[in-house]
Write a protein that binds this ligand. Structure first.
Ligand code: BDP
Length: 678
């Protein structure tokens, strides 16, 4: 009898374990679809590898009517876009390009999976940006800078001979959300990536990605000519150096005819660059641009530059780049981090946006959560991306949003682009946290259409990744949509920034004062807490960073009364007893913010636990356990920051919020061994 019970138990468990899910299928799960339509229900002329992929997706997953795939040259000003029209017996997808047809197929599959209406379709889609690019910070030794999902997907040791099946899966996932370019390697680039043996490896990846509409770019090291070929220097005005880059370009394009171009981090955080030879960023970028020009390649030149100086770090990119406006070749685009410091949970937008009038600009976001709890914290980033894209810079008058400045609406550039640092690694679920997949998804969707709302993106993603059951969708969407603000609240509310532990950027270290090191890597440099108050004075009486913003923002941010409170400590040094809009003192407001961040995460735990019946056990348990870490970390942040700042405010922690559970002295002793420099 006992044995019988055991058999029954095993029997019952088998189906569940078969359905256990590891997240490897991302948002392309189609759990209830055994197969799609038969091949004779697809009408298409001609053959092409991209069309073949589109057909396969349809025969595997599409369960609706006949689909016609039609290339139509008349649609060419829609770029990679497409139209979808349906009649009672047929859906017609048209595009000027094969890749547009594949995108259209993913569109109807998304409609099917999210149970949206598929009758009487009359859809026209055109991407917001020409180049929708992921930046991988992957090193050639397989590690990833700021990567929290295991080692790199790219197996450089095995390439070009051994090919991981995940290369294709990766390309498919990107194509399904419209991502059409990738930078394979870290911006802190090893010169070796340009060696012939590495280019042969890169070629293999480019060949796999091509049918999915994806172009390969590489990060390059400015000193490559000297390091790789022993040239006397890497001075951009040296004829030998110029020739070296031209020869290298010709070699690359012989290997990879549709190579996208270079991403360059120069004269930043110790990387070599044109300034090593007294030249400018424009001299450096133009030399490379000239080399790639004959082949149609682009240069993405990063504006993330700052040096240990007396100048407010938030001002430095603007100061270096504005004088160079108009001096760049037309195949150069300046890649600008969304904020002027460094991917903080919330920053004011980077004042360089709009300040370059004659030079194309693009945004760099960070999908990998370097400053948002790695892959341990659930933080849905679409609201952050949207907040930045929708920010009005006033550069060309009211309505000059970052989206309009970069998508070609306000500035007619040769091409437009948007980028983000990827969070992808070799983990089975690709991104470490199941919900971090949503950030990859959200970036792709917004790069395609920046007017989508965060809510719509979350809604689609949840339905495709988990279930369309509203009892699950609604509460989980609420978690996602509030999650980024919760992280801001328990880490750095009211515009606080960069008070992270040094190096790894995981936990709190507001006491960090790296005397003898770089002041601009020290938390105390950023929060400026003292007996009077807290915050970085960027007004006229301080660093005057506000002057880099266009009117009326310079005045608005320069005045404590008109500065949005969620950035008040970004722009002002605010007295502890300053009265906030809700009537609370700054100190109290700060305490309640920290507390509300913690409370929210506790609510997320409760909500998630109730979701158990709607989710497979594997993903349920994984997310549940990550939420425990997130809650513990949130309490750690709150205690560390409040106990530390309390030494200056000398005020009690408001009595109606939870008491700290840590001693400040103990928290100061925590040293996480997570490596890295700044
Ligand atoms: C910072 C990272 C560092 C990167 C650098 C960059 O801490 O690892 O190399 O930015 O973007 O966010 O170049």
């Amino acid at each position: 009898m006992q044995n019988f019970k055991a058999y029954v138990l095993i029997f019952l468990l088998i189906p569940f374990s078969m359905f256990a899910e590891d997240g490897s299928q991302l948002w392309l799960r189609f759990p209830n679809v055994k197969n799609g339509i038969s091949a004779d229900k697809i009408i298409s002329k001609g053959n092409n590898p991209t069309i073949e992929i589109a057909k396969n997706e349809l025969t595997n997953f599409w369960q609706g009517q006949t689909v016609e795939l039609r290339t139509d040259k008349a649609l060419k000003n829609q770029k990679d876009g497409y139209t979808i029209k349906s009649s009672s017996d047929k859906i017609t997808i048209s595009s000027s390009k094969e890749i547009g047809l594949l995108y259209g197929v993913y569109h109807i599959l998304r409609l099917q999976q999210t149970k949206s209406n598929i009758n009487n379709l009359n859809i026209t889609e055109k991407p917001s940006y020409d180049v929708r690019i992921l930046n991988h910070w992957d090193n050639l030794d397989g590690t990833i800078e700021r990567g929290y999902a295991g080692y790199s997907l790219w197996k450089w040791e095995d390439l070009p001979n051994k090919i991981s099946p995940r290369y294709k899966e990766y390309a498919r996932a990107n194509a399904s959300i419209g991502i059409n370019s990738v930078v394979l390697n870290n911006v802190n680039a090893s010169p070796n990536i340009l060696r012939k043996d590495y280019l042969d490896k890169v070629k293999v990846l480019a060949d796999i990605f091509r049918p999915y509409g994806i172009k390969v770019y590489l990060s390059v090291n400015f000193a490559s000519p000297k390091v790789l070929s022993g040239l006397e220097n890497s001075d951009p005005l040296n004829k030998n150096v110029q020739k070296w880059w031209k020869d290298k370009a010709s070699e690359i394009y012989q290997t990879i005819p549709d190579f996208g171009g270079f991403l360059v981090k120069a004269n930043s955080e110790g990387q070599p660059g044109p300034q090593d030879y007294g030249r400018t960023h424009a001299d450096g970028a133009n030399m490379m641009a000239d080399a790639l020009k004959p082949y149609g390649g682009n240069i993405m030149w990063r504006a993330f530059v700052y040096s240990p100086s007396k100048e407010d770090r938030a001002k430095q990119a603007y100061l270096e780049f504005v004088p160079l406006d108009g001096k760049f070749r037309d195949n150069v685009i300046v890649q600008i981090k969304n904020g002027p410091i460094d991917f903080q949970p919330r920053e004011a937008f980077n004042p360089l946006f709009g300040a370059l009038k004659k030079t194309p600009e693009m945004v760099e976001f960070q999908i990998t959560q370097e400053y948002l709890g790695f892959s341990n914290h659930l933080a849905f980033l679409a609201p952050l991306f949207k907040e930045v894209l929708d920010s009005d810079t006033y550069s060309d008058g009211k309505g000059s949003t970052i989206a309009k400045l970069t998508d070609g609406t306000l500035r007619k550039n040769k091409f437009t682009a948007i980028s983000a640092v990827a969070n992808i690694g070799e983990d089975k679920n690709w991104t470490g946290h199941h919900f971090a997949q949503a950030n990859w998804y959200a970036f792709g969707r917004l790069a395609w259409n920046h007017s989508l709302s965060s809510e719509q993106i979350a809604d689609e993603w949840i339905k495709m990744t988990f279930t369309d059951n509203q009892d699950f969708v609604k509460p989980v969407k609420d978690i996602m949509l509030t999650s980024r603000e919760s992280v801001v609240d328990y880490m750095m509310p009211l515009g606080l920034h960069h008070i992270f532990a040094s190096g790894h950027h995981y936990g709190p270290e507001p006491w960090g004062d790296y005397k003898g090191g770089r002041p601009d890597w020290s938390p105390v440099y950023y929060h400026q807490a003292n007996e009077k108050g807290i915050g970085f004075d960027r007004t006229k009486s301080g660093s005057n960073a506000v002057s880099q913003y266009f009117p009326p923002l310079d005045e608005l941010y320069g005045n404590i009364k008109t500065t949005p409170e969620n950035l008040i400590l970004w722009f002002h040094h605010v007295p502890w007893d300053y009265k906030m809009k809700d009537g609370k003192m700054l100190w109290e407001e700060l305490a309640y913010k920290y507390d509300s961040g913690v409370k929210n995460v506790r609510e997320y735990q409760k909500t998630w636990d109730k979701m158990q019946t709607y989710v497979d056990s594997e993903r349920f348990a994984h997310v549940q356990s990550r939420l425990k870490i997130q809650t513990k970390d949130a309490v750690w942040w709150k205690d560390a920051c409040l106990l530390y700042f309390q030494q200056f405010s000398k005020q009690p922690i408001p009595y109606d919020i939870e008491r700290p559970v840590h001693e400040l002295e103990d928290l100061k002793k925590i040293k996480l061994n997570m490596g890295h420099h700044n």
